[in-house]
Design a protein around this ligand. Sequence first.
Ligand code: ASP
Length: 469
Amino acid sequence: MKLHTKILLAMGIGLAVGLGMNLAGNPDSPWFVNAVWTFNLIGKDIFIAALKMIIAPLILASIITGIVSLPSVQELGNVGSKIFLYYFATTAMAVFIGLVAVLIIQPGKKDASQTVRAEREAILLTYRAEFEADTGNDPLSDEHAGAYRAFIAQKEGEHIGEGFASKWSRMKSTETRGPLDMMREDILRPILTNPFTSLAKNPPNSLGIIFFAMLLGVACVLIGEPAAPVANFFTALNDIMMKLTLWLMEISPYGIGCIIASLIATLGIPALIALAWYCTAVISGIAIHILFILALVSYFGKMSPTTFLSGIRDAWLIAFCTTSSAATLPVTIHCTTEKLNVSEKISNFTLPVGATVNMDGTALYEGVAIIFLIQLFGGLDDVPIALTFGKTLVIFITAVLASIGAAAIPSAGLITMAIVASAVGLPLHYIVIVYAVDHLLDMFRTSTNVLGDAAGAVIVNRLEAKNLT
Ligand code: ASP
C-alpha cells in the first residue's frame, strides 16, 4: 500500500473512532481519559516529538548544503531575490483573498454567531454594574470610558483559563511594545544569537539557525578547498537527516491516526456550531488561495496542478495533522526533491526559510479572524471600532507581518494575531473566543503554508534551471 493511502486510511479510522467517542463517550470516564492519553502518547509524544527532534540539525545542514552546492554566491542572490519576492507576493495575496472572503461572507453578522455576541453582552452588563459599584462612576461616560475598558481587560485577564495562560502572557507582551521594540526583540535578537543556543531551544530558534547557516555556507564557498571538510560534513549530515525522515514517514500513519482520533474525540461541537461561519470564511479563503498557488505553479513552474498536488500530498497531509510547518519540513524537503524533481540546491535552501517566514495560510487566517471579531463585537462597550478602509489596510499590513513573525509550530498564528488586534485597538481577550476552533483551522492554514513553500521551490527551480548546472 502506498504511504498516502495508509495515511488516508489512518485518518479515516481516527475520524471514525474520534467521532464515536465524541458522540457516545463520557469524557470524564476512565476509559475515555485513558484512550485520549494513549492517542496523545503515540501521536504527540512519539510521532510529532520525533519529527521535531530532527528539525534543528536539519535546518542547519540543509541550508549549508543548499548554499555550498550552488554554482556561485551570485546564484544565491538570484535564488534568494526570487524566492523572497514570491514569499512576499503570495503572502500579500493570501491576506487580500481572506479579506475579500470575510467581507463577502460576513460571518460576524450571521445568526449563529449572534449567540456569542449575546453571551458577551450579558457579561459586559455585569462588568458595568461592578465598575459602577466599585468606582461610583458612569462606565459609559466619555470621561470614564478609558478606565472602564481597563477594568474590563483586567477582569478578563483574571478569567483566562488554565490552558491559555502561557499564550495569554505572550500575547499581552505585544500590547506594550512598539514596532521598533518588536524588530529588535523578535527579529534582530533571535538572528544574532549563539548558534548552539538557537539549536538547543525548544522550539529551535529557526531565524538564528538560518542566519548562522547562511553565513557559514557563504564563508565555505568563499574559502573554497580548505573549507571542503566542513561543507562535506554538513552535506553528509543532511543526507542522514533525510534518511531519518524516511523512517519517520513509515510510522506516520500510526501517529496521524492517533492525532485525529484525539482531536475529534475532544472537539467541542457547540463551539464549532457557533463559529461555523467564521470557519467557513477561513476555509473558503484558503481554498481560493490554493487555486491561486496552483495557477502560479502551472504558469511559472510549468507543472500541472495534479502533478504538483500528488507529489506534495504526503507533506500536505502530515502538515494538516501535525499543525506544524517545522515538524513537516523534513517531509516537505523529501517530497519536493524526490517527487517534484526540484533540485536539492533549491529545496535545501528555500524550504527551511519558507517554513520559517512564508505562511500564507496564517496570514489569511489572521486577517479573517480580526475582521470577524470586529464584525461580531464592534460597538460593544470595549470595542468602539468601525471597520473603515484605513483599519482594513492596517489589518492587511499587520497580518502580513504577524505571519512572518509566527513560529512554525501549532497555534503560533493565534499568538501573533495579538499584533494585528493591538494595531486596530481590539482588546486581546476577544482573541480567546476564536481559540475554541483554532486547532481545526490551524490544520488548514499549516497545510496551506507548506503547500506555498513547496510551490515556491518548484517555481524558482524552473526559473533558475539553466543557471543551476
Ligand atoms: N501552525 C502554523 C505553522 O506551523 C503556524 C500558525 O499557527 O499559523 O505553519
